[in-house]
Design a protein around this ligand. Structure first.
Ligand code: PRX
Length: 695
């Protein structure tokens, strides 16, 4: 990897210079192969406020500003925060925290004393500044001939109407609202409507099952559910409301009743006549919301007021409700958005993520709108009706920044270059990657075939918990290396630790932790602060533990090596092995299950499940299908195991612990590299499993 990186570096090919002056939309390109360097003597002595006017132009400038961000975080982020609307300003010493479990409960607070509203900052602020006619959202439907454009003023009116409807059914500041919707403009607008009135949104990805939806609505005690009749995903119709109804029933059985359900009629997928509807509880979105006024007073909230919950998988137990709050999240999402993508008014930005994941929160619902940009909301899939779809959308709307996941890049790369080459991609300036490590081969294809060697690639490493980019290149500011997320963003102090928690220096490899809070640090796990503390701050006291392994090279660049816990990253979706195992053992034929990840050419990682059947149960193809279906129904289709491997026994230590290392080796056909198996209670089980592979 390093060798390839260095060869690529020598050849040049992704040189790009950012505008050195005030924000400007003119892309400035450096001739290929010319290094980006400024003599140390020229290093500017600026403070953070320069970032409100300019992009970072070189590494020396970055280093100077980075130093300020680490040494004086309150001052640094205070300067940046000046550009937003605050109804009330923060206290001079506004940042308070404890990051060390040995010193007491973990707490993180930014902008103490301040009040604001993120939805106001996303919409009203731009409209008040005379940008109401700028295009805010361009919806691109699943079918090629369906699209819809909304200006900032129109978006604001929609948000106000919906916010008024939420208020009309009794939603108040601090109440939870669940969203289970397809990628329509209405989804980000609904998130903003909740924020406008201080309600806490909890978006559940539309690919989750009824059971997963129920579990989340129950955990956050959702008062209202916003959903849609259905959606087309490529050629496939999904009856979203039917799944939602099942989820509502399961939630009620678990003891929590969602009082109101607002249903958007997505008529190209499921017309109202085909959509189940419970009178009294359900209302039709289009008719109800249209009647509301566009005048909706903003709820000014404290900087630490909860903004949203987003459930994510961990290595054990049920998914955790990650809580993000208003002020710090707003400042951090907007700043990373702007500087990582050089985003500004007039740009047409496109992030392919679904709002059901953190990327769709920070870099779709909030980041672009906080920066007054125009963005695409895409309902479809990248391969429908052909593998040219993404590139056709780029050409149609003259997209300037494109942000997607390595799994999509690998999948599209597999269809061949011709689908890209038939489209005019000359509008593209910057490309982004997120969700999993990007392999150098995919990086190069993205760089050369999509970006024509002129678009820098922002390989952004971050997590649901971090709320925003943590380690990422900045366009043109330093040289990229394919596969490395490069350097930390402002305010982020990464630490590479050995297994004892010692911080390693210089070139090293270990686990990745973060040594001090950044503005969008997760504040708690909803309803379980204990779990928050033990999970993230327990393993290495004094640090936030990311769960990722990482290497730092001689240039100080970070290379994420993947999860070190029992979390699998499938197509950029985080899945806990424990969740899949418990879905499998819920099947009456399954006595025990052990799930591991294995290398998958497109998905990054695939799900490999070892299943021990109940005494006397016959193995069959049908049973495999049933077990896969059990996971689909319990979690969602994206978590379906790729392989079911019959396991009459599992490799366990004498104390009964499953040796997953052994299972991973068998899954990847590397049983010749098992290492020490002397602690196995029954070493013979390995050969039995090898013999059953593929059966
Ligand atoms: O393992 C890392 C991987 O995705 C995990 C976070 O998943 P999630 O919370 O679902 O958020 C995904 C979108 C931010 C991380 O712990 N990951 C994310 N981005 C990268 C990555 N691994 C390598 N390189 C990345 N750029």
């Amino acid at each position: 990897r390093t060798l390839q990186a260095h060869q690529q570096q020598r050849r040049g090919g992704w040189g790009y210079a950012s505008p050195q002056h005030a924000f400007s939309r003119v892309p400035c390109r450096r001739p290929q192969g010319v290094a980006c360097r400024v003599a140390a003597a020229e290093a500017p002595t600026q403070t953070a406020s320069i970032l409100n006017k300019e992009f970072v132009s070189n590494k020396e400038q970055y280093m100077a500003l980075y130093k300020q961000s680490i040494e004086d975080p309150a001052g640094f982020w205070g300067e940046i925060a000046e550009q937003f609307h605050w109804e009330k300003k923060w206290e001079p010493n506004h940042m308070h925290y404890n990051f060390d479990v040995r010193k007491g409960p973990i707490s993180v607070e930014w902008f103490r004393g301040a009040t604001t509203n993120i939805a106001y900052n996303c919409l009203d602020r731009h409209v008040a500044a005379g940008h109401g006619e700028d295009v805010c959202l361009i919806w691109e439907g699943n079918d090629v001939d369906r699209d819809k454009t909304l200006t900032y003023k129109e978006a604001l009116d929609e948000v106000c109407r919906l916010a008024n409807w939420l208020r009309s059914v009794g939603v108040k500041k601090g109440d939870s609202v669940a969203l289970y919707m397809p990628m329509l403009n209405e989804l980000p607008l609904a998130m903003l409507a909740c924020a406008r009135i201080g309600a806490v949104h909890s978006v559940v990805f539309g690919g989750f099952s009824a059971e997963s939806l129920a579990q989340r609505m129950e955990d956050c005690k959702a008062k209202v559910l916003l959903t849609a009749s259905g959606v087309m995903r490529g050629p496939k119709k999904i009856d979203l409301k039917k799944i939602a109804d099942k989820g509502l029933d399961l939630c009620a059985k678990a003891g929590h009743t969602v009082e109101h359900v607002l249903v958007y009629e997505n008529d190209n997928a499921v017309p109202a006549v085909d959509c189940p509807f419970t009178a009294g509880r359900d209302r039709w979105w289009q008719s109800e919301v249209a009647q509301q006024s566009t005048n909706c007073p903003v709820e000014w909230v404290e900087a630490e007021h909860p903004l949203f919950l987003l459930y994510t998988s961990g290595s054990t137990g049920k998914p955790k409700g990650v809580l993000h709050t208003t002020g710090g999240y707003m400042v951090y999402a907007a700043t990373t958005m702007r500087h990582v993508f050089h985003l500004q008014r007039g740009d047409v930005y496109w992030c392919t993520a679904d709002c059901g994941w953190i990327t769709g929160h920070s870099y779709l619902a909030y980041g672009p709108l906080l920066n007054g940009a125009t963005q695409i909301v895409f309902e479809g899939v990248p391969t429908h009706p052909t593998p040219a779809r993404c590139w056709e959308v780029v050409a149609k709307h003259r997209v300037t920044q494109f942000y997607t996941a390595p799994t999509a890049i690998r999948s599209l790369m597999g269809f061949g270059d011709q689908w890209v080459e038939q489209c005019d991609l000359s509008s593209l300036r910057i490309l982004g990657s997120v969700g999993e490590p990007i392999n150098p081969e995919a990086w190069r294809w993205y760089n050369q075939v999509v970006g024509k060697g002129k678009c820098p690639i922002m390989d952004t490493w971050w997590q649901t918990e971090t709320g925003g980019h943590m380690i990422t290149p900045l366009p043109g500011a330093w040289t990229e290396k394919p596969g490395s997320a490069t350097l930390p963003f402002f305010g982020v102090r990464p630490a590479v630790l050995d297994e004892k928690g010692n911080e390693l220096q210089g070139e090293c490899e270990g686990v990745l932790a973060i040594a001090q809070p950044w503005p969008s640090t997760l504040r708690t796990v909803y309803g379980d602060h204990e779990r928050y503390q033990s999970n993230y701050f327990g393993p290495f006291p004094g640090y936030y533990f990311t769960g990722d392994g990482c290497r730092r090279d001689a240039d100080g660049y970070y290379w994420i090596t993947g999860r070190v816990d029992d979390v699998i990253n499938v197509s950029g979706h985080r899945i806990g092995t424990a969740e899949v195992e418990s879905a499998l053992v819920a099947h009456p034929a399954c006595a025990e299950a052990a799930v591991v990840g294995y290398d998958h050419p497109v998905k990054g990682q695939g799900i490999y499940a070892y299943v021990t059947l109940m005494e006397g149960t016959e193995t069959s193809k049908e049973l495999k299908k049933e077990l896969v279906a059990a996971v689909r129904n319990t979690i969602g289709a994206f978590a379906a195991p790729d392989v079911i491997h019959w396991a009459p026994g599992l490799p366990k230590t004498r104390s009964g612990k499953i040796m997953r290392r052994v299972l991973r080796k068998i899954a990847s056909k590397e049983e010749d590299q098992l290492g020490d198996t002397s602690t196995l209670a029954d070493p013979g089980v390995v050969q039995v499993l090898v013999d059953l592979r593929g059966k």
